[in-house]
Ligand binder design. Sequence first.
Ligand code: AMP
Length: 309
Amino acid sequence: MLGRMSLAVTGTIGIDTVYTPRERREGVLGGSAAYFAAGASFLSPVRLVAVVGDDWPSAHRDALGRFKGICLKGLETRPGSRTFSWGGRYFEDVNQRETLFTEVGVLQEAPPRVPDAYRDTQFVFLGNTHPAVQADFIDQFPQRKLVVCDTMDLWIKTAHGELLSLLKRVDGVVLNDTEAHELTGIRNAVSAARHITTLGPTFAVVKKGEHGAVLVHRDGVAVLPAFPATEDRVIDPTGAGDSFAGGMMGHLARLGRTDFRAIRDALSWGTVVASFTIESFGPERLQALTEAELNERHEQFRSALGVGS
Ligand code: AMP
């Protein structure tokens, strides 16, 4: 075992509007990097690289700043720019979501730079943003040992070529089943994940919402169900994917491992972190979460799986 490694996330910080079948919320703290960092912070310190406009509410900065493990040195506020904002609507089947709008705002300007103090980071997660920007971040981490990326419908449709170039340069990919289907044209999650590993990455994780996740790695295949949450606990699934990735990468960074078995075990941490995220709008539930609660639910999950260590 190598021991704890440093972890960084690049991606978006956004202001979300979320419609669920029961409620509508505006001005919610969101973005791929925000959810990732919030989720990872329970397992490993995490360095955040993102940019917001000067319209970003100070309450959101305070909320992120209160997560013990998140370093905000790499969060740039750009005067005169507008923060990225996204709206989405969930259907009665909460695995189904449609994007209502995406206002890229500051994302169409120059991306933020990785601070010098972060350049020694070994574990890097390239959260959702334009794939060309994700690729540019890679070289800014010269000591990287593991680089994992995510992507989303918008980029699969509008930046396909750049996405394929990015995939050649990363070790792993984490995405949901709809995205895996859009990217590969293959509906079966295992086949889609396997196909993705022929495009460059050593492994692909495909998340299937309440149906769990599959991992296809050059050294093996693993499956994991979702945490068995009852319907009343699912308030807003936004950020489940990003915080899943946060829990997974946070666990890998704290172990300092990148092998198949470690990634397989890390999926359970991602699953449990995501199970908290969906219990509220935005990262509110994660804000209230304690490490003890996280560990306790992880134990419950292990016992629900009925497997040993
Ligand atoms: P998830 O539910 O894990 O897929 O992530 C939802 C979060 O991703 C929301 O908080 C959005 O602000 C953010 N988001 C939505 N669309 C994009 C996009 N095209 N690029 C980057 N982040 C996005």
